[in-house]
Design a protein around this ligand. Structure first.
Ligand SMILES: NC(=O)c1ccc[n+]([C@@H]2O[C@H](COP(=O)([O-])OP(=O)(O)OC[C@H]3O[C@@H](n4cnc5c(N)ncnc54)[C@H](OP(=O)(O)O)[C@@H]3O)[C@@H](O)[C@H]2O)c1
Length: 249
């Protein structure tokens, strides 16, 4: 059978997810994306390379939309490919606040829905829909913040730590599945711009992020996406459940 890849990527309307989707489309993969917005540039990349993209629009911070999106994703997943790849990439750093300011339960709930619940529900749909005899791989885009306490990021750190530990359970339950919770390192995206707009009071680490930008030390999403996809396609992928792309060339 000809080697074919079907990839599902959340949060591909911009940033790292967009770069991952573009790279996969350029390699001939069929790509299904999920985000609130869509990006016409993905259609153009698909046209240029004779590949196919389907952009599903969903607000993954809302429980009912997550469930509906998972159903749409399952229905859209073509049969018969040799490899199925799910990249749980959509995420938010908000709400940014010290612990004594985290009163807005609704915004905390939205963060946990997007960063954690959507990852779990899309994974469940993927496990049920992608044929088990195919090469199935799942990448959960985590963060160093899930492993290193960062002042002002109580919610973000907790969601990424939850994603990391969930990945361990997923692997324990599915011995044949290649899965990793992968920190991408800092990436020059809208999320970094948003972080630089935080207040010093809410985010005492602000200066470190301003410096990274000033010194031109933020890698492009394209460079990070290429590194991630090279690793995901390799034999090494999944050996380390909690991994960091900066550990690879
Ligand atoms: N950038 C970094 O330095 C960095 C570092 C470590 C980890 N990460 C992780 O890398 C991943 C990608 O981050 P990024 O930097 O590319 O962020 P970004 O530029 O802010 O892009 C986030 C993506 O998530 C989608 N998204 C946000 N809210 C959503 C919602 N409610 N429903 C559905 N989709 C939603 C956005 O699409 P819509 O707005 O169209 O919905 C967008 O496509 C995240 O999980 C982040 O935590 C990033």
């Amino acid at each position: 059978m000809e080697s074919t890849t079907i990839a599902v990527i959340s949060g591909a309307s911009r940033g790292l997810g967009f770069a991952l989707a573009s790279e996969l489309l350029a390699s001939g993969a069929t790509v299904i994306t999920l985000a609130r917005g869509s990006n016409a540039a993905l259609g153009a990349v698909a046209d240029e390379h004779g590949s196919r993209v389907q952009q599903l629009q969903a607000d993954l911070s809302q429980a009912s939309s997550i469930e509906a999106a998972a159903g749409l994703m399952s229905a859209a997943l073509p049969a018969g490919a040799s490899r199925y790849l799910l990249i749980n990439n959509a995420g938010t750093v908000d709400p940014v606040s010290l612990a004594d300011g985290l009163f807005d339960a609704a915004s905390i709930e939205r963060a946990f829905n997007l960063n954690v619940a959507a990852t779990m529900v899309l994974t469940a749909a993927f496990l049920r829909s992608a044929p088990p005899e195919a090469d199935r791989r799942i990448v959960n885009i985590s963060s160093g913040a899930g492993r290193l306490p960062t002042r002002g990021w109580g919610v973000y750190c907790a969601t990424k730590a939850a994603m990391d530990h969930y990945t361990r359970v997923l692997s324990e339950e599915n011995p044949g599945l290649r899965v990793a919770s992968l920190a991408p390192g800092v990436v020059d995206t809208a999320m970094q711009e948003h972080i630089r707009g935080s207040s010093n009071h809410d985010f005492p680490e602000l200066d470190r992020f301003l410096q990274l930008h000033e010194k031109g030390q933020l890698p492009s999403p394209e460079a990070v996406a290429r590194k991630i996809l090279r690793h995901v396609a390799s034999e090494a992928f999944g050996r380390e459940l909690l991994d960091d792309i900066r550990n690879y060339d």
